[in-house]
Design a protein. Structure first.
Ligand code: UD1
Ligand code: UDP
Length: 368
């Protein structure tokens, strides 16, 4: 009998990171694979669009947990996934990234002594106010195989007492997806549909630290309005942020601004087309710091820290903190740079990370 492996997705970035791993393991044909969707994200453009555009297998199991407070959401996934694990008895589960679905499913498996592989292990912001930092540290502690995207992740894990033999530097599976689908990005009609003729700044913001506090949000939006006088902005808006803008009564005025195109979240191919053609990207996303590094597009990260320092040391990312009033000047300086800044694509961000993972899993189970 083939060993049974569950791959767990739930939030938008999970689909992009998991698909190459699923496909690579599937090609090996040595494992019995089950794709589990927790349903943490559920809007068409936050979940199903990725399944469709990445030609992803339809999830075998959907827990349909939806949104909720942290304890509620994590607890619901834990309860529902535990039942699935007891019924299905997988030999291993693979979790991705740092979202609530990641820790909840890891915890359910750990309590049943089912081994866990964590893809994107060892990233640390050292900021325990971030829910993701809690999810990262705890998931790594529970994991048997730790797959890392960058060299410093290994040091972080070793400093936390994790055994070196369980850590495997494999590269970045989000970049595997980028490389696989890159040929489609410029075929997207999104720039035509949005009537984009000039250079633009692409904006995404969804961190609770930036958008949940009303005063912060007001300041941030004011500074985006000022930025839009320098360069037109395209702002595909995360549902968390949309809700916060609406309850702060900021959504309608922002929506009326002719220099800011406020749009719903968009699918992967359209978003990547906008990203690779942007003059500058302003974001607080984890994945987008990495994708801009791959493309060499200037990225301005509105956070005080990043768990992805390689995007600064090798890439085009600048961490600017959260003094929002500085954003227009920083954007202006970045678009006035005449020559493209030097950058290098981090080691092993080469489209083959998922194959490295499946080789390691194959080796692990062949030698059991
Ligand atoms: C989550 C992750 C974050 C990740 C982000 C990717 C956690 C703790 N956070 O943040 O690390 O960067 O996903 O996008 O796991 N909502 C909808 N429709 C959806 C999904 C969410 O309307 O399909 C709204 C709901 O009001 C919900 C809010 O967005 O309460 C936040 O969603 P949630 O999944 O809790 O956190 P994210 O901010 O999306
Ligand atoms: N993304 C997308 N459409 C959007 C915004 C983002 O396809 O409207 C993609 C983006 O290219 C990246 C991923 O979603 O691959 C990042 O997700 P997000 O910023 O929500 O999460 P994070 O990486 O911060 O956890």
């Amino acid at each position: 009998m083939k060993p049974k492996i569950h791959l767990v997705v739930g939030a938008r970035p999970n689909f992009i990171k998991a698909n190459p791993v699923y496909n690579s393991l599937n090609q090996l044909n040595k494992f019995d694979l089950t794709l589990v969707n927790t349903g943490q994200h559920y809007d068409q453009n936050m979940s199903d669009v990725f399944i469709q555009e990445l030609n992803m297998k339809k999830p075998d199991i959907n827990l349909e947990v939806g949104s909720g407070l942290h304890g509620q959401q994590t607890g619901k996934i834990l309860e529902l996934y535990e039942k699935v694990l007891i019924r299905e008895k997988p030999d291993m589960i693979i979790v991705f990234g740092d979202v609530n679905s990641t820790i909840a499913c890891a915890l359910a498996a750990a309590k049943l002594a089912i081994p866990i592989s964590h893809v994107e292990s060892g990233l640390r912001s050292f900021d325990w106010n971030m829910p993701e930092e809690i999810n990262r540290v705890l998931t790594d502690k529970l994991s048997k195989l730790l797959f890392t995207t960058s060299p410093e992740a290994k040091d972080n894990l070793i400093n936390e007492g994790i055994s070196e033999k369980n850590i495997h530097f494999v590269g970045n599976t989000m970049i595997d997806s980028l490389i696989e689908f890159q040929h489609k990005f410029n075929k997207s009609n999104i720039r035509k549909d949005l009537d984009i003729q000039d250079e633009y700044a692409l904006i995404t913001l969804h961190r609770p630290s930036n958008v949940d506090n009303k005063n912060n949000l007001i300041e941030l939006i004011n500074s985006i309005k000022t930025t839009s006088k320098i360069i037109p902005c395209i702002f595909p808006i995360h549902p968390r942020t949309k809700n916060k803008l609406k309850s702060a009564k900021l959504y309608n005025t922002l929506n009326k601004n002719k220099r800011i195109k406020l749009i719903d979240p968009i699918g992967y191919i359209d978003f990547m087309c906008l990203q690779m053609n942007a003059r500058v990207v302003l974001t607080d996303s984890g994945g987008i710091q990495e994708e801009t590094t791959f493309f060499g597009i200037p990225c301005i990260t509105v956070r005080n820290n990043t768990e992805r320092p390689i995007t600064i040391s090798n890439g085009t990312n600048k961490l600017i903190g959260t003094e929002y009033y500085k954003i227009p000047d920083i954007v202006e300086a970045s678009i006035n740079v005449k020559h493209q800044e030097k950058f290098s694509i981090p080691s092993l961000w080469d489209g083959k990370s998922a194959d490295r993972i499946s080789k390691i899993l194959d080796f692990t189970y062949s030698n059991k």
